[in-house]
Unconditional design. Structure first.
Length: 403
């Protein structure tokens, strides 16, 4: 079967490397060793079994065209170039080259009804002109490499210009010989200034980088990041829900290892990406990584509701040293560093702008139930244990982690 696009040479070609061969780039002269290298060929017009590049050294332009029988663009390009070669036979030579062995070539070409002149079983030209994908074409003029490209620019117009001494502007083919599927793609995108549309990574706890989270813009990109955060704290930030409004099924909770995990997450996207979209992508990554569903649902929950105390005498408290408002107090009471089961949820239906006064710093009061009760009583308020319908972030774990 033919591949219809330029393809990577994924096969492991068994080549005993010649350490004296150094790869050639645009502008390099062709060394005598390469001119004199003996190369096996098939379907030579003069019935030769071997050729040397020096046999074509008198030509104004030589194109070494790396190809394979499974590469449809390669075959299409060779057929086109064969016609051009006949027209400019006195000045232009096409040298197709394949790593494939003769027996395979003969079987495949019989199926394709395609029998080009070609170098085969090549181990040496590949070392002079290393590449990962084909078509891969090397243009040689005046004993040096003048262009390395794909098939797109190998047309009659450009060849005619080159033969007339006017080498056209053509796109140089990028080849990352150190590419590996295990390396991050952005490493290679940055080398050729290609935009990174989206990239994310989730890791475990990394010592030495501290802990923070947020969304920022830098270098034309937007970043969402969590450094050494509890996984459930990441969820709380991404969904704008406090930790005490996260609900995990009690039955499944003991089988969910990620609840008590800390880790790091980074998402890189275009600068114009809305914050909500960044958070949505994060949620998809988290659900996939930890094999769980995350949805917002209304549930009847036990809450601590702050109410107006009946028959409370009005007091003048403005002279007290510390004060806050009800909105800030609720935020403080509902704030937690780490999730745990059955955390209290504080609510109220009173005006959130209500000013409250105290004799000591408010944060210290919030940590002690008895002192909190005294503080509320001082301000004519009380706590009531009740059931209230609240929007909760419900996590539904699936069996084991997908990671």
């Amino acid at each position: 079967m033919l591949n219809l696009s330029a393809q990577s040479l994924s096969l492991s070609i068994d080549v005993k490397k010649d350490t004296s061969i150094h790869p050639l780039n645009i502008g390099d002269r062709i060394p005598d060793k390469l001119w004199n290298t003996v190369l096996p060929v098939m379907h030579d017009p003069q019935q030769k079994e071997h050729i040397q590049l020096k046999d074509f050294q008198s030509k104004k332009l030589m194109i070494i065209d790396f190809w394979a029988t499974w590469c449809a663009p390669c075959i299409a390009s060779i057929k086109k170039l064969q016609i051009i070669e006949k027209k400019y036979a006195d000045r232009f030579a096409l040298i197709p080259v394949t790593y494939e062995k003769l027996d395979l070539l003969q079987r495949q070409m019989a199926k394709l009804s395609f029998h080009p002149f070609s170098v085969y079983s090549d181990p040496q030209l590949l070392q002079y002109f290393p590449h990962r994908s084909i078509p891969h074409q090397v243009w040689i003029m005046d004993n040096k490499v003048v262009h390395i490209g794909a098939a797109v620019d190998a047309n009659e117009k450009n060849i005619a210009l080159a033969l007339d001494g006017h080498l056209p502007q053509m796109e140089v083919k990028a080849e990352f010989m150190d590419f590996s599927l295990t390396k991050p793609l952005d490493e290679f995108a940055k080398r050729v200034n290609i935009p990174i549309y989206k990239k994310s990574i989730l890791t475990g706890y990394i010592k030495g980088i501290g802990g923070n989270n947020g969304i920022m813009q830098a270098n034309g990109q937007k970043l969402l990041y969590y450094n050494n955060a509890w996984v459930l704290s990441m969820l709380a930030y991404a969904t704008d829900m406090p930790l005490n409004r996260i609900w995990i099924d009690t039955v499944k909770r003991s089988n969910t290892s990620f609840i008590n995990q800390q880790g790091c997450y980074q998402l890189i996207a275009p600068e114009a990406t809305p914050d909500d979209q960044m958070k949505a992508w994060f949620l998809v990554d988290l659900k996939t990584s930890f094999n769980c569903d995350v949805v917002k649902q209304w549930r009847d929950m036990k809450v601590m509701r702050i109410l107006k105390q009946e028959n409370s005498a009005a007091q003048k408290l403005e002279k007290l040293k510390y004060h806050t408002d009800l909105r800030s107090l609720l935020a403080l009471l509902n704030a937690h560093f780490k999730w745990k089961a059955n955390m209290p949820i504080y609510t109220t239906d009173l005006a959130l702008g209500t000013v409250l006064y105290a004799n000591e710093p408010i944060p210290t009061l919030a940590k002690d139930k008895a002192r909190l009760a005294e503080f509320l009583t001082l301000n004519g308020l009380t706590l009531s244990h009740t059931i209230e319908s609240l929007e909760m972030l419900v996590i539904d774990p699936k069996n084991e982690s997908a990671r």
